[in-house]
Design a binder for this molecule. Sequence first.
Ligand SMILES: [Fe+2]
Length: 260
Amino acid sequence: MIIAQISDTHLLANGSDADARDRRIGNFERTVAHIRGLAPQPDVVLHTGDISQNATGQEYGLAREILSGLKSPVLAIVGNRDRRAPFAAAFAGDGYLRSGAGFVQYAVALNGLRLVAADTIDEATPMGGFCDDRLAELDAMLCEAPDMPTLLFLHHPPKAIPAVPKPHQFEPDEATRLRALIGRHEQIVRVLCGHTHRADQVDVGRVPLSTVPSIATDLRKDRYPDALADTPVYQLHEVGEDGTVVSRTCTVSASREDDE
Ligand SMILES: [Fe+2]
């Protein structure tokens, strides 16, 4: 079971800063083309949020157009730059969002693995939030399949990452409750996040939590050599039948030969 994780594309549409717009569209398109060229193909592509910069229908339409270049199915979640209504309007047709649900939380079973999405946005702040309603909903989803290895994906890491310039990016009490919930559900083998725009890993109890760089290279927080300044980076996670996860970072080089 191979999962490609992309995040933080921050797409801009017409009328925006032309340089940033063109760069982010190009970063996203090249990433999709790179994933499309993988052998074997990933079973699923996760977009862990901040799909758009301004949550306009035009930006989501552009995202859909670019994602249509993938052969693999896509599961997407909301980040702090996204808004639930236009996100749902753009992605409801894919069938995994629960109709009428207020939050972008869902579970999909694929090849013996369960992929569970949590919605961590608080529209009043860029920080992560997680109210009691979402906590109860997520708890109920996880209780449905306690024995199936589960990968939880959400935009904001609910734990401080000391190396990041702003280590605490979540409302503290709500993050504590979310971490406790992760600890109670022993089937969770990994937590995948975006938001920090850089690659780090930190443990949440016994569960590793990892973040990925932003696909938008102008917003990346990692340090890269000049030659890679406009080269997007994403991650592949290979999940074994016993729930073991092996992750690797992929550089979207200009040609496949460069990957060798
Ligand atoms: Fe972001």
